[in-house]
Design a protein around this ligand. Structure first.
Ligand code: PLZ
Length: 453
């Protein structure tokens, strides 16, 4: 058995030189992982959960290596963050150079180049050729909070519409925007006011066309909120935590058109869908829409914490100086990482790789669906694909089956994540650096877990 120390020495630059294999040398969790889990239980707040009971010591390509020497296939990318691969060499080099130069000045005290360069890059690569500006923050939730601030200041209106199954974060305003009570909201109220919820397009469950679903949402918004009161509509172009729900064709364009006609800011929350994940740089492009504001985070910086709001210059400039910011927003180390990551997204074939992964994932999952009626739906774009599990007799969501399949897969060395309002979706978010062989092996393990459940 190789020790953790061996593994780390083998990989001075981080992940990509790790052996790309599933290797189980103990049960999961092994003794060293168990030791850490015991310490976690004693030292870390109980509200902070974990999916895989492993003590990670290295990660890269398509694997996460634990302290016992197990190598697990990573089909989650730390929730769509390490899209270009963990510890990507270009990110590692950029971070090392920046961290030796300076770690922080506070951009609001003494500005620096990398923040401005990230803003320029985001203004260039986000959808639409209108004049754009950006502001940088630390987390997805913080970006969403700021997008709402900007929309309110620009329109002089207060109400915000979010959607069924939506997820936007865990801070107070973003909890209000998030749909699901457990585990995100229960007991944590009261929530921010002037937040309203509209019906989503969920083709597998609502049976509506995109225009029909949009009409339903717009009618509710007009009757229950009123365009005169409405600052913004915020929506994930493909919902993430809510179940990888892909709206029917025509739904998003109809919402955008209505917003334009009614002086309402359309905010696309691309925190999970952004940066090549869907086979386009941004999921808005999958649906041919141009958002007014777009929130990004996760994949933006190859694993370092960074988030952004990018949008129409006149909206982004609506705030008085000093109205937007934060001590750490656009930290120079995170910005250096983002510039390296964006270079990889643009120049190293990431969109093509995401589309190849879509072909493999959809092909395999559709085979499973054809053979097993418990797989009710297979959907998604690029390397953001999901299977929804149901009771074939009733079509009702089967959360117990979903949890059992995910748990058994992890025990066999394949990290998969679940999601969905009803907890009955397994989502596949592999790093684009995964090999086809590992991807197939991961799917073999999931298929075996399903057969045995
Ligand atoms: N908007 C669309 O997906 C984060 C959250 C996991 P933060 N999703 C993963 C969890 O259980 O906390 C997310 C998202 C969308 C906003 C966010 C929030 O991003 O960086 O976690 O604040």
């Amino acid at each position: 058995m190789s020790s953790a120390a061996d593994i780390v020495t083998e990989t001075p630059l981080g992940g990509p030189t790790l052996p790309q294999e599933r290797r189980l040398v103990t049960s999961i969790p092994g003794p060293r992982s168990q030791e850490l889990l015991d310490r976690k239980a004693d030292a870390v707040a109980a509200g902070v959960g974990h999916t895989a009971p492993v003590h990670a010591v290295a990660a890269g390509g398509g694997v996460i290596v634990d302290a016992d020497g197990n190598s697990l296939i990573d089909l989650g990318s730390g929730i769509a963050v390490t899209t270009i691969g963990n510890a990507h060499p270009k990110v590692v080099a950029a971070v090392q150079a920046q961290v030796a130069q300076f770690t922080h000045t506070c951009f609001m005290i003494a500005p620096y180049d990398s923040y401005v360069s990230v803003a320029e890059a985001l203004n260039r690569i986000t959808p639409g050729d209108h004049a754009k500006k950006s502001a940088l923050f630390n987390s997805g939730a913080e970006a969403v909070e700021n997008a709402v601030k900007i929309a309110r200041k620009y329109t002089g209106k207060q109400a915000v519409v979010a959607f069924d199954h939506g997820y936007h974060g865990r801070t107070n305003l973003t909890m209000a925007l998030t749909a699901k009570a457990m585990p995100y909201k229960s007991g944590f109220g009261p929530f921010a006011s002037e937040i309203y919820r509209a019906p989503l397009s969920y083709p597998y469950r609502d049976g509506l066309t995109g225009p029909e679903a949009a009409k339903k949402a717009i009618s509710l918004i007009e009757k229950q909120v009123g365009a005169d009161n409405l600052a913004a509509v915020i929506i994930e172009p493909i919902q993430g935590e809510g179940g990888f729900i892909v709206p029917a064709d025509g739904y998003l364009p109809a919402l955008v058109d209505w917003c334009r006609a009614n002086d309402v800011v359309f905010i696309a929350d691309e925190i999970q869908t952004g940066f090549a994940r869907t086979g386009e740089m941004f999921a808005s492009e999958v649906f041919g829409i141009v958002p007014d504001l777009i929130t990004t985070a996760k994949g933006i910086a190859g694993g370092l914490p960074l988030a952004a709001v990018t949008g129409r210059a006149e909206m982004m400039d609506a705030s008085h100086a000093g109205g937007l910011g934060g001590t750490y927003g656009g930290n120079p180390v995170a910005c250096a990482a983002a510039l390296a990551a964006i270079d990889v997204f643009e120049n190293d074939g990431m969109l093509e790789r995401a589309r190849e992964i879509e072909t493999v994932l959809k092909g395999r999952l559709q085979q499973l669906q054809a053979a097993d009626p418990r797989v009710g739906d297979v959907r998604g774009h690029g390397a953001m694909i999901a299977a929804e599990f149901v009771d074939p007799a009733t079509g009702e969501p089967d959360a117990a089956l979903t949890a059992a399949v995910a748990k058994a897969s992890i025990a066999q060395g394949v990290i998969v994540l679940t999601c969905g309002t009803y907890g009955n979706v397994i989502r596949f978010l592999p790093p684009l650096s995964i090999t086809d062989d590992l991807l197939h092996e991961g799917l073999d393990v999931v298929a075996a877990a399903l057969a045995a459940s």
